[in-house]
Design a protein around this ligand. Structure first.
Ligand code: FAD
Ligand code: NAG
Ligand code: NAG
Ligand code: NAG
Ligand code: NAG
Length: 596
């Protein structure tokens, strides 16, 4: 870092000697691409990059919490790009290697990402310390914020110096939203407080129980604390134990196992505490800043402000039943039998949602793997569940589809959740896409939808992938919400995430090809099979055609206006979110620039 920094500082001092306006000093380089002119954010090879003393000042403002954004694999290397000393540390390297598939460990790391395609798969843990750790798209510095003022200082610094700013909570995002080349990152993971009340007294017309959740609280932590209350309560959260709740999850809408009876996560929000792009502390609820309140409920992550905490409704605990279904190579190696099993299972999606269920399933390629774990039956006993699913098992039997199934009932949702839901392995490489199939799509075209889902796991002879499905209709419980979530979620029947498997070692062009298969082969088939459907901003395709409509439908125009009001300069950025039309990451995933 030393030499580079000193050249940059000389340039910076030169520009101030030349008498440039303070403002002009923070203008990044100009670039041309496809005949368009772009003006970029400031990066470490630009004169406008802050000088060492400015970083030191930021570091003291945040109480020493500023760190180099070193990839998790860095301790396995003698040298790391942009770092003067050696990051090598044998014990720390062994810890990284031991935890590479451990989601909680990765989410606790300052900058690790669970989906390494978007960090450019760089600086992997290695037994060869002679190699060099390259920084890829991990970013430059990270503020390990422990106070709201640290977040504000980061936002102010990024705005004043025109830096790419990344808000990183858990690093869970499938779409590269919590990482960025050359960025200043604000890590919100340590905001772990959750405070429960039995009677909410704020605005919004809700007088039931509620919880105020810090930005860093994760799904399972929240469920566990809700279960420890007296009386026990539940919160609408995701199926994954380590997804952050108040970060990307709520700001993208948030589906989960209780969405069939309580709607989306964001439908239940009563109030947000936010730090705006201008660095102001504001509250957004039905009384104050109601436009921001509306937009933060599903309008897109890292778009309208940094959320520091959220207050949301909680509900009494409920008995819950769960059913498991497997059809795989232990049952049949005949693809026709397997495919028919998947068709029968998926074609009944509307029937499951009528019973308020949430169904989590995985589909894998030939000879075929269907793993449904679980069908969740809120407020149901084992007998209720067996009765509700009888049409499924009757049809499987009639079609002679071998399978394994069992059901179990639990006194509470939490006990079901802990017993039945499985951890998902991180650090897999895949390009992703997805689609929401509506009730009407399922009524009119279920067979074609099942075919498209089966195709998605083996879209070309040489590409294999896996698909993850969620059958749920949040419109059962909340048919007409006042928020930014795509209205099509109210008519949802099944939502699938499609993955094209990669090794991570592909060239840039090959990576683009995998993404292209997602968009133009898999995505195309899903769109054609489900013309009334939509896409989900948290789990979708970065190249989704007509993404504004696909992700937000009729809510988009309003979101665009609210974005322009609260972040006119583009302090925040993450791809395919409201108001990012003129922005582009150029130079093979590196520099964020705006059309001039
Ligand atoms: C294994 C797995 C399971 C999942 N299960 C579900 C599920 O059941 N239901 C569901 O709806 N989604 C699910 N998701 C998707 C999940 O909702 C998104 O990945 C979400 O963005 C994660 O949010 P995060 O804050 O934990 O992640 P991060 O990757 O840290 O952040 C994601 C985005 O949110 C922004 N962000 C984070 N914190 C803040 C903040 N405080 N203020 C403003 N912006 C912020 C980041 O800048 C980034 O753009 C799952 C994802 C994975 C990988
Ligand atoms: C910030 O300050 C702390 C405490 O003085 C120090 O340990 C850390 O290395 C500094 N960060 C940077 C990037 O220099
Ligand atoms: C990202 O990875 C590609 C290979 O897919 C490589 O060509 C490129 O140099 C990498 N960029 C950075 C900044 O690491
Ligand atoms: C196949 O199904 C059996 C029976 O439920 C299960 O034990 C096994 O783990 C499944 N295999 C795969 C690869 O999912
Ligand atoms: C979608 O759901 C809403 C609310 O439940 C309903 O009013 C509307 O008719 C549905 N639209 C379609 C196309 O099914």
């Amino acid at each position: 870092m030393g030499r580079l920094l000193s050249i940059v500082s000389v340039l910076a001092i030169a520009s101030s000697v030349l008498g440039l306006e303070a403002r002009d000093r923070w203008i990044g380089e100009t670039r041309k691409e496809n005949g368009e002119k772009y003006q970029c954010k400031c990066y470490s090879d630009n004169a406008c990059w802050p000088v060492a003393s400015e970083w030191t000042r930021l570091n003291s403002t945040v109480g020493g919490a500023l760190k180099a954004a070193l990839p998790p694999g860095a301790p396995c290397y003698q040298q790391a790009e942009g770092v003067s000393g050696s990051p090598y540390d044998k014990a720390a390297c062994e810890t990284v290697q031991a935890n590479w598939m451990n989601e909680q460990w990765l989410t606790d790391h300052p900058v690790a990402n669970l989906w390494p395609l978007y960090t450019n798969g760089t600086c992997l843990p290695t037994n060869n310390p002679e190699a060099t750790c390259t920084r890829g798209f991990y970013g430059e510095y990270v503020i390990m914020a422990t106070m709201k003022d640290h977040i504000k200082a980061g936002v102010d610094f990024a705005r004043a110096h025109n830096l790419r700013l990344i808000i990183r909570n858990t690093g869970h995002d499938f779409m590269g939203r919590s990482t960025g080349y050359g960025a200043l990152i604000i890590n919100t993971h340590s905001f772990k407080e959750a405070k429960f009340v039995s009677k909410y007294t704020g605005p919004g017309g809700w007088t039931g129980s509620a919880v105020t959740v810090g930005a860093g609280v994760q799904g399972r932590e929240l469920y566990r604390q809700a279960f420890q209350q007296n009386p026990k309560v539940v919160v609408v959260g995701g199926e994954c134990p380590t997804v952050g709740w108040a970060g990307g999850y709520i700001q993208g809408g948030g589906h989960g196992p209780l969405s069939g009876i309580y709607g989306m996560g964001a439908d239940n929000v009563l109030s947000f505490d936010v730090i705006t792009a201008k660095g102001e502390y504001v509250t957004a609820n039905s009384d104050e800043n109601s436009d921001l309140f509306w937009a933060l409920k599903g309008g897109g992550p890292s778009t309208f402000g940094v959320v520091t905490s959220i207050t949301a409704k909680t509900f009494p605990e409920i008995p819950t039943a769960a059913t498991i279904l497997d059809i795989n190579s232990t049952h049949t190696t005949d693809p026709a039998v397997f495919n028919e099993g998947v068709r029968i299972f998926h074609n009944l999606a509307n029937m499951y949602t009528e019973h308020d269920m949430f169904v989590y399933f995985e589909v894998g390629p030939g000879p075929g793997r269907l793993h449904v774990q679980p069908f969740v039956g809120p407020r149901m006993t084992k007998a209720d569940m067996d009765e509700a699913l009888k049409p499924l098992f009757d049809q499987l039997k009639a079609a002679k589809i071998p399978h394994t199934t069992w059901s179990k009932e639990f006194p509470t949702f939490f006990e079901m959740y802990m017993d039945i839901f499985e951890e998902e392995p991180p650090n897999q490489y895949s390009a992703i896409g997805g689609r929401i199939f509506t009730q009407k799509d399922m009524e009119e075209n279920a067979d074609e939808i099942a075919k498209a889902v089966l195709m998605s796991v083996n879209p070309t002879p040489e590409i294999f992938g896996f698909s993850i499905g969620h059958i749920v209709n949040p419109g059962n419980a909340v048919p007409n919400p006042d928020n930014a979530i795509h209205p099509t979620w109210r008519n949802a029947s099944s939502f699938v995430i499609t993955n094209t498997g990669m090794t991570g070692q592909e060239s840039w062009e090959q990576k683009q090809y995998f993404q292209d298969v997602q968009t133009n082969i898999i995505g195309k088939a899903l769109r054609e099979a489900a013309p009334y459907g939509a896409a989900y901003v948290n789990e979708g395709d970065l190249n989704e055609p007509d993404w504004q409509t696909a992700y937000w439908g009729s809510n988009y125009e309003r979101l665009l206006k609210i974005r322009k009001k609260w972040d006119p300069e583009g302090v925040f950025y993450t791809e395919v979110t409201p108001g990012t039309e003129n922005w582009k990451v150029l130079d093979y995933g590196k520099k964020l620039c705006k059309k001039a």
